[in-house]
Design a protein around this ligand. Structure first.
Ligand code: DC
Length: 223
């Protein structure tokens, strides 16, 4: 049977890195769906399109081809064939991604691609609407979160390491703003699915968080 693991959660819960490690331990691929919304956000920023203009963003989404591939070093994300994996990790693109992800037509297109990929191979998929919409029949469903201050602290350290240092207060403010936007959009807002298991990583180390996820998946797989 196809093994599909669905992980949702807010920004900075460590979803990407934890999902990567958990997928490796489980011997399956990891699809980072946020990267696809980010690629569209980047396209909008580059074209100077106002992300608040739904019509233009939807037209852009139809025009651009967003795809992913998986190699030894994890996922690569492509915009019309260009590898944009590194370019989509800036604060500007983060905010643009959050805005373009509000639109129903954009989501429909992204969900369609994600469902096709997950049907093809065993996969751990992380995002905001995976348990609820993309993979409602996933083998295991997890909602991964942590307190906002802890998520901001991790984000701050991560950015500092990359040489993109910003004041902690600003990181916390942006994170709260994105949380609000992701949880209050009219289409498929971020929420814990009733049948998803909660993993709160506020007081867990990275390894403990990965362990918790692998345990949940193994229990479902064997149960
Ligand atoms: O996980 P991330 O920070 O890379 O995601 C970027 C934005 O994309 C996030 O603000 C919300 C949106 N997103 C979404 O709406 N649905 C998903 N499945 C993944 C991301």
């Amino acid at each position: 049977m196809r093994l599909n693991v669905a992980i949702d959660g807010p920004v900075g819960a460590g979803k990407s890195s934890v999902s990567d490690a958990a997928a490796k331990r489980l011997g399956i691929l990891h699809l980072d769906t946020g990267a696809m919304y980010r690629a569209l956000g980047l396209a909008a920023v580059r074209r100077g399109i106002d992300t608040g203009n739904e019509e233009q963003v939807v037209a852009l989404c139809r025009e651009m081809k967003i795809s992913v591939s998986h190699g030894e070093d994890g996922q690569h994300t492509f915009l019309d064939g260009e590898d944009v994996s590194g370019l989509i990790r800036t604060p500007e693109v983060s905010m643009a991604a959050s805005t373009v992800s509000r639109y129903a037509e954009v989501r429909k297109e992204m969900v369609r691609v994600q469902q096709r990929l997950a049907a093809e191979t065993d996969m751990l998929v992380d995002g905001r609407d995976i348990c609820t919409t993309v993979l409602p029949n996933a083998t295991a469903k997890i909602f991964l979160t942590a307190a906002p201050e802890e998520r901001a602290r991790r984000r701050y350290l991560e950015m500092k390491e990359k040489g993109q240092e910003e004041p902690y207060e600003k990181v916390l403010e942006e994170l709260k703003q994105r949380d609000w936007q992701d949880m209050n959009r009219p289409v498929e807002p971020l929420r814990q699915a009733p049948d998803a298991e909660l993993v709160d990583s506020t007081h867990l180390s990275f390894e403990e968080t990965v362990d918790a996820i692998v345990r949940i998946v193994e229990a479902k797989r064997n149960g």
